[in-house]
Design a protein around this ligand. Structure first.
Ligand code: AOF
Ligand code: ZN
Length: 343
């Protein structure tokens, strides 16, 4: 299974809303083939492993170790469970039952009905944290990310972007974006920071959807940097007073309040499994107090801003302190990254 897990990892950042999956085929204590799901829409790991056998007849009587339950449905590809039966696999060891209701338990049932010995280990859910979370909780896994000074401030109170952290933290935050399916900011951040919200250091196979929360879509400045990339851009507005002609990469959604729960519902319906919130203080407060922050990534820069800058979370008050567990601290040049997980 360790080899199947290592193979699965090769798919990270390429499989988009599909899980990363790895598979190995073993017979007479010999590793015959390894495979993984390379990219969204491509063949599944099990079929990829079978394709690496010298002779397909070698599959007869073999054991497959696969990190996720083999699928039972006709999706972009035919069901893997059926194929494993056809080629004569005798035993399947599964790392995790598939949380996707299309498959969950059905793949195992099909294999068992064909007389295949099946073992489920429950040890690979860490490979697909957001995928698993999405199907279990019916909303995306939410990570809140911000950078602060030593006195916990986001900016110096001026109307322009305050640069707090250095180059290593910048590159690190680009990697963080690369692993997300959507990035959300509020209107003040859009105006003050004028960000592009794209992944910069690499070209992602599937760029995260950029989501901006604004009051009136008609008031948006069309020269804003966010319009200079054609990565998907969703405008969540409370009103849109005129019929606009938007570029193809833009989608507009209207709701009078856009409460965090309503945003979660939209993202769930649209199949978005992970969301990164990148500001500002009010948006961060709204999601925190709604209990919708699952992960925190905080970059702390070694300086004091003082003055009238905004604290990281500002506006809506928490009824009681929100407890997190610290999972990692990383030094990035002069800055420190704190990783926390909701208790
Ligand atoms: C994958 N790769 O290696 C396995 C998957 O739309 P499809 O046909 O690609 O099916 C996607 C679903 O298939 C996915 O949500 C999961 O339930 C199941 N297994 N998917 O992308 C794989 N084994
Ligand atoms: Zn499959």
């Amino acid at each position: 299974m360790a080899k199947a897990i290592a193979a699965a990892r090769n798919g990270i950042t390429h499989t988009w809303t599909n899980p990363v999956v790895g598979a190995v085929i073993v017979k007479n204590n010999q590793l015959l083939a390894t495979g993984y799901h390379h990219r969204f829409g491509d063949m599944h790991a099990e079929i990829n492993a079978l394709s690496h056998l010298q002779d397909i007849n070698d599959a007869r009587g073999a054991t497959m170790y696969v990190t996720l339950e083999p699928c039972s449905h006709y999706g972009k590809t035919p069901p893997c469970a059926k194929r494993l039966i056809e080629v004569g696999i005798k035993r399947v060891v599964i790392g995790q039952q598939d949380p996707n209701p299309l498959v969950s338990g059905h793949g195992i049932a099909i294999l068992k009905a064909a007389g295949i010995a099946v073992t489920v280990l429950n040890k690979t859910a860490d490979l697909n944290v957001a995928y698993t979370f999405f199907y279990q909780h019916h909303r995306p896994l939410v990570t809140l990310k911000y950078a602060t000074s030593m006195d916990g401030k986001l900016n110096d109170g001026s109307k322009t972007r305050t640069l707090l952290t250095g180059k290593p933290a910048y590159h690190d935050s680009q990697t963080l974006r690369l692993h997300q399916q959507a990035i959300l900011i509020g209107e003040t951040t859009l105006t003050v920071d004028d960000p592009q919200l794209t992944v910069r250091d690499t070209t992602p196979d599937f760029p995260p959807i950029r989501i901006i929360l604004v009051n009136n879509a008609a008031d948006l400045n069309r020269n804003a940097t966010v319009f200079q990339s054609d990565a998907p851009l969703w405008i969540l507005c409370r009103q849109s007073t005129e019929q606009q002609k938007w570029p193809d990469f833009v989608s507009v959604f209207t709701d009078p309040t856009w409460a965090p729960q309503t945003i979660m519902q939209l993202l769930y319906e649209q199949g978005v499994q992970s969301l990164l919130i990148e500001g500002g203080a009010h948006t961060q407060a709204a999601f925190s107090t709604a209990g919708l922050v699952d992960r925190l990534v905080v970059y702390v820069a070694p300086l004091i801003l003082g003055g009238s800058g905004l604290p990281a979370i500002w506006g809506t008050g928490c009824k009681q302190p929100l407890p997190f567990d610290l999972t990692a601290t990383t030094q990035l040049g002069n800055d420190t990254r704190f990783d926390l997980r909701r208790q």
